[in-house]
Design a protein around this ligand. Sequence first.
Ligand SMILES: Cc1cc2nc3c(=O)[nH]c(=O)nc-3n(C[C@H](O)[C@H](O)[C@H](O)COP(=O)(O)O)c2cc1C
Length: 147
Amino acid sequence: MVLRLVYSSVNSDMGVNDSKLQRLRDILASAQKHNGQNNVTGFLVFDGTTFLQILEGERKDVIGTYDRIKLDKRHKDIHLLEMTDVPQRQFAEWHMGGSMRTIEAQEIYLSHGISQEINLKMLTAAKIVALALDLQAYEQQQSRERV
Ligand SMILES: Cc1cc2nc3c(=O)[nH]c(=O)nc-3n(C[C@H](O)[C@H](O)[C@H](O)COP(=O)(O)O)c2cc1C
């Protein structure tokens, strides 16, 4: 069993010249460094406004990571949506995979009933995991095509 934690948050204001894609890249770079050491895996969805993140691993590692993330000023309105034991990791290949919402990925959001901005009232942890699994498959396909 591993612990799976799902939360949502909202991107904090940025300077007018800052790019949202660069923000995601910066976060993923530091996430990958720490998560590699802690054997935490997961996925981070970002549509430019809302973050949806899944963290998986040993209980103490996941909670320690989440406690650190909560202090980060790059996001706010952090809501814990689920903390549950699962039989195995579903994002095992990524010490933190991530996906920026792009026009190309729009179809995947649509297939999950998300046509406009992410509406947290409509989302459950299970729906977030399902969306993230499809985005993970999409990102893996994209990175294979780039090689
Ligand atoms: C939306 C979001 C997701 C993050 N995810 C992780 C994560 O999975 N693991 C992690 O260690 N840090 C994550 N961080 C970064 C931490 O908040 C923190 O900045 C980092 O762990 C500090 O490490 P550094 O100063 O060495 O970069 C995340 C931050 C944000 C805003």
